[in-house]
Design a protein around this ligand. Sequence first.
Ligand SMILES: [Zn+2]
Length: 216
Amino acid sequence: MAPGTAAVRRMVKSLVFDHAPRVLSRGPADRKRIAITFDDGPDGDTPRYLDLMETLGIPGTFFLLGDRAKAHPELVREYVRRGHQIASHGYDHQRFTALGVRTLLDQCQRTEAALGTQLTGRPWVRPPHGSLGATSLVSLLATGYTLAMWTLDSCDYGEKSPDALVARCSPERVRPGEVLLFHEGQDWTLAALPRIVKNLQAAGYECVTMQDLFAT
Ligand SMILES: [Zn+2]
């Protein structure tokens, strides 16, 4: 019996995820390097995140929403000025699976306009909620996008205890090439980060941008 549509979609998705060079999740494991990434900015707390990253002396990768970036061009410039990587997280956090192809690509283009040229040349995008159907996936890849996913979710959108976040991102749970997912605008994330970074560095990990992690 021929496989159903859902089964075909799953097959396409797993094929692309496992084999497409432009779907990034785990980085190379040959060096003890990881990338710390933040979604959903910029907002009023962004300067606190940037100050903290400066204190910690590490670069981050920030996936920004187009409408927020458009409203805060000064913050968009500040990420870049301080040596961080910025990339798209869609325009207004709608699930890509809920958008028609034309709307999706139009929103992605508007987000890029608000972000300015990305260092990676080809634009990177991280879908809101990680939600990606076969149609949006194939459309984005065909249009030249690189999809930037993650491998370790801190779950800081639900978990508000800094101690629990520190435990979840402890060196015992992290492997070389890991891409850690955090969010902006959250006191508990800011509170947990210094210990998370200190523990990882003590275990020999270097924190780099996602672009550097994958640029081998
Ligand atoms: Zn998000």
